[in-house]
Design a protein around this ligand. Structure first.
Ligand SMILES: [Ca+2]
Ligand SMILES: [Ca+2]
Length: 223
């Protein structure tokens, strides 16, 4: 089994298991603008458009596991408020290296923030459009807190809380276009956290190019 297949198989098992532990009140909303209607405006039916002045704008980003694809932007593109202007624009997106199964990105907001929404955006003409990840969060307070847990470390054992699982792939595989994901909680707040960790997976393993073109990550704080 090659590494990609192993990662996907592992991801599938983990995603299934995670569904049962995610908090019931967390809601994942996502919209898909197909290639024919996607535009640089990133306008969605339900999900808000990306913001420039959200709580992630000044956050520190750390690639805990995995590496950026040199053909794409560095991780800073995820929080710069700038968006790709066309459907296949590597330099305006962050994506994990080709031939790898994804990676772990940690976001340090600098202080405890009450988070109302976490929104993620991507755009690609085919299989690198959809998003597959698990979102974890932490206040950093646990005695055994590990701010940069490598892939072999179970996040639940080192001070992290699973917020939810995101998988926007369609069953028919028609995944080209733009995706907007919004993670919220029925109680109005996801909780007070300083750190977020995105545990990202490839969308497919039929070739080496299954890592999503991520355009922006917004963290919306309670005002
Ligand atoms: Ca961006
Ligand atoms: Ca932003």
């Amino acid at each position: 089994m090659n590494r990609n297949l192993f990662c996907l198989a592992t991801a599938t098992v983990l995603l299934s298991a995670a569904t049962f532990t995610a908090q019931a009140q967390v809601k994942v909303t996502f919209d898909h603008n197909p290639n024919a209607t996607a535009t640089r405006a990133f306008k969605f039916k339900n999900v808000p458009s990306p913001a420039k002045d959200d709580a992630a704008a000044k956050a520190k980003l750390l690639l805990v596991e995995g590496e950026a694809d040199g053909n794409g932007a560095d991780a800073g593109a995820l929080t710069d408020g700038d968006l790709p202007t066309e459907e296949d624009q590597p330099a305006a997106n962050f994506f994990w290296n080709a031939g790898t199964g994804g990676g772990r990105l940690q976001i340090d907001l600098g202080s405890l923030i009450e988070i109302v929404q976490v929104n993620t955006y991507s755009w690609h003409p085919n299989t690198r459009g959809p998003q597959v990840y698990r979102l974890w969060a932490s206040d950093g307070a646990a005695v055994n807190f590990n701010s940069a847990p490598k892939a072999k470390i179970d996040l639940a054992t080192c001070g992290w809380k699973l917020i939810t699982v995101v998988d926007t792939r369609s069953k028919d595989g028609d995944d080209g276009g733009q995706f907007g994901v919004s993670i919220t909680d029925a109680r109005g707040s996801l909780g007070k956290f300083r750190y977020l960790l995105f545990d990202c997976y490839v969308t497919e393993t039929s070739d080496e190019f299954g890592n999503t073109f991520y355009s922006e990550i917004d963290v919306v704080a309670r005002k």
